[in-house]
Design a protein around this ligand. Sequence first.
Ligand code: PGA
Length: 254
Amino acid sequence: MRPLIAGNWKLHGLARQLGEIGAMASSLSVNPPATDILICLPATLLARAALAVAGRIAVGGQDCCSEIVGAFTGDISAEMLRDAGATAVIVGHSERRQHHQETNALVAAKVVAVWRTGMMAIVCIGETLAQRQAGETLAVCADQLACSTPDDIGTSLLAVAYEPLWAIGSGRTPDQDEIVEVHQRIRQCLVARWGAAAKPVRILYGGSVGSANAHEILMLPEVNGVPVGGESLNVRDFEKICRSVPAGASRIKN
Ligand code: PGA
């Protein structure tokens, strides 16, 4: 399975940074690392970023509307993102769940909207610190995964991002065996639900991943990639993370 490194610029990014993104895409095309590379940008930058990277890396959205078209002022549909050049969309990021009260059911509807356009949906799940301390991590993640994904199969266009809320932007990560334990449970849930069709689903670990720890996290069993927030804003650091994919990562695991 080819790993996926997915930058997430969140509420950052102006047109003046497009040159840096284009330069990074060119640099990564020389001796390219064996990984899929995606940067999820503000919607305002997508079309120009797609031109700047010229297919050398992928660009994606950070959210989309669950509706396809209609009277939804200010919303952006999956089709609009695709039209701007996106090939993937993050859905159900914990910041959307927390600040915009997004429910599992809404996230599942967004996944359907993304799949309709043929794009990949990166569905985020993860526990709070209180849930981890109460020993609820595995149950919370299994429940979020089950309820944030639709039943109808679309697994070749699905990635699951396990992002503990307390690890995002905090500089803290779970221990390696804790990451592996959650990823193994996610894989079990996927296989129990979708059987062999779940095989291509990548499970990403996100939350304080940077150039200092990406390599060791990407080496872990059942870790098929990483979403990167803060450290993706500096394109040099992001390139370092992309280049830290272990040689043969797609062969030695799973
Ligand atoms: P972080 O964010 O890398 O800044 O912790 C990760 C994310 O929110 O996806």
